[in-house]
Design a protein around this ligand. Sequence first.
Ligand code: FAD
Length: 352
Amino acid sequence: MAIVGGGVTGCACALRLAEAGKRVRLFEAREIAGGASGRNGGFALRGGAPAYDVARRELGAERARAFWVLTERYLDRLEQLAGDAFRRTGSLRLAADAAERKELEAEYEALHEDGFAVEWRDELPETLAGRFEGAIFHPPDGSLQPARWVRRLAARAVEAGAELREHEPVDALDVLDAEQVVIATDGYTHGLVPELDAAIKPTRGQVLVTEPLERRPFPCPHYARHGYDYWQQTEDGRLVAGGFRDKAADHEYTAEEATTPLIQGYLERFATDLLGEEPRIDHRWAGIFGTTADRLPLVGRLPGSDRVWVSAGYSGHGNVMGLACGELVADAILGASAPELELFDPARLLGG
Ligand SMILES: Cc1cc2nc3c(=O)[nH]c(=O)nc-3n(C[C@H](O)[C@H](O)[C@H](O)COP(=O)(O)OP(=O)(O)OC[C@H]3O[C@@H](n4cnc5c(N)ncnc54)[C@H](O)[C@@H]3O)c2cc1C
């Protein structure tokens, strides 16, 4: 078996296959967690890119429910595997204005109706009050130190017998001496299967990290404006803030892994505004994730192929979904395809 990509998806898949006794080689062009898995905001959230009420509308109640249940199960799995790289903090979705508050109310109602844990928050802490018009708290969610987590996952895969080959880009699939091949390259998917390049749009996310702060007003992942603004504080007190992709329209649909003055300017002003003073910025970076037309990943065998599988296109929500889909695609290769995978069938966007 060969896996292309050494992020959360590839490592989760490698671990599962190696534990099942398969001979597994994982190829990573850079190093483990060198892609989005080591560059993200560290939000480990249940669900997918759409809010729950929207998913119910788009997918139907039963499928949306099964999707959310799957990700809650994988949050538990993440907690089991990640050790101190994961903290079960919950997360706070905030309403930036009255219109967004209505949307939060709809999500709250839908989650509540279907029996998921969720809390409505009108009373906001001092740093948020006056700025946001209410929030919902998602108790099962958590905060990740993403690179530490994925390196730990990779180490488990090695212990189980997988071979990880870093700094080995794969240029073509037919040169791989493997019965089955899994493409686990999310937003870095390029040049191996033309249909995948067309279906998965590289999307840039930018982040900044401040100096350690004495105050700790943000103990869990916070997000607003439909996730376009997101922030949290690390264990050593640094504010990690990301987003504002919508301010540059199509420019952020790019595979260029570079920060830009425009987005970084938005992030700096946002951080200053949140904190009430200008913080020192210690780190900045960009990473690429893969977006699909329906914001659901492509997970399963490629139509028309008896050998090539994919798990990619999480549309900005790959931390929990990458673990889930990496394992589920491995299970499918092993002959035990989970019913949830039907929702992510690559054929729906690739034809076939
Ligand atoms: C700035 C930013 C913030 C984000 N925030 C969050 C968040 O808070 N919560 C969340 O759930 N998701 C978030 N995401 C999305 C999430 O990080 C990704 O969806 C997830 O990490 C994807 O994991 P992956 O293993 O599938 O892909 P990646 O981690 O991107 O790994 C793919 C790997 O494939 C390698 N590769 C590509 N082509 C080849 C080749 N030909 N040969 C060998 N190797 C190759 C790349 O080098 C890369 O390391 C964010 C993404 C970014 C960029």
